[in-house]
Design a protein around this ligand. Sequence first.
Ligand code: CDV
Length: 313
Amino acid sequence: MTKKIGIAIAQVGGIGKDETRTEVVERLIGLLEQAAKRQAALVVFPELTLTTFFPRYWFDSETEAESYFEASMPNADVQPLFDRAKELGIGFYLGYAERTESGQRFNASILVDRSGEIIGKYRKVHLPGHKDFVENQPNQHLEKRYFEVGDLGFGVFDFDGIKIGMCLCNDRRWPEVYRVLALQGADLVLLGYNTPDSVPGWQEEPHAKMFSHLLSLQAGAYQNSVWVAAAGKSGFEDEHHLIGGSALVAPSGEVVAKAFTEGDEIIFGEVDIDMCRMYQESVFNFAAHRRPEEYGLIVSRTGRGEPLPVPAT
Ligand code: CDV
């Protein structure tokens, strides 16, 4: 049976430092309603959707950092989003900063089904940036300070009969992520991101930021025969710029829809799962063509090292 799903990617424009959760959630509901008009079954929101991208700030006080985290999900501020999505019969992916009961802090995302139930959760594995203050920079990138490395692995969840994997931002640049999801049968990968122009120690031409973002999505989709739906928080926040480029990428590696603003914007596409099958059963038929016995280094070695001896012939 042909499986298709209407998917809306909700790019969210900059969020001010003083913008409240209530104000942000109102914006998200506005995007949800636009998605409903396009008959979307699923909406993808960005990483850390509910606040400004706070890892750019060094906080002397623990309390200030704490104010960006959610101690439960849904909570009173976010409940209206869950309620409206349920009324509209739309599922969603949402990135947020999670604080657990025991005080652990993760950069997390959830997958919510069309009846408002959380059916999947992910905690970001690849945390970019640094732990300590870096001098002489327009901003910091303190994900390694504010978050622990995710401990849930890369899960695949069933949404209306479609196998969905989740990841977050920097994860999209690592080929292992898509492969681990594809090996579990994922056909659609959802991700939210915040990609600032300025990251201490990561000098890149401004145009290359957009290129490497799209390249990562396109390579991940093509090499793993999956659809990839990526939603960014974009534009200016407190005079700091984040790239736009929220996009839907097909298993062919082609971008089929892309945001053209840096503000709140919905892009829509119909995801046809049969398109994954074509690639999964031919060029990327894993069972027929992969050679895991030759890939051991990928899991036994983390950093670059010396060449391995090649057997004499
Ligand atoms: N939030 C992120 O993970 N951002 C990273 C960079 C720019 C630090 C990214 O890979 O986009």
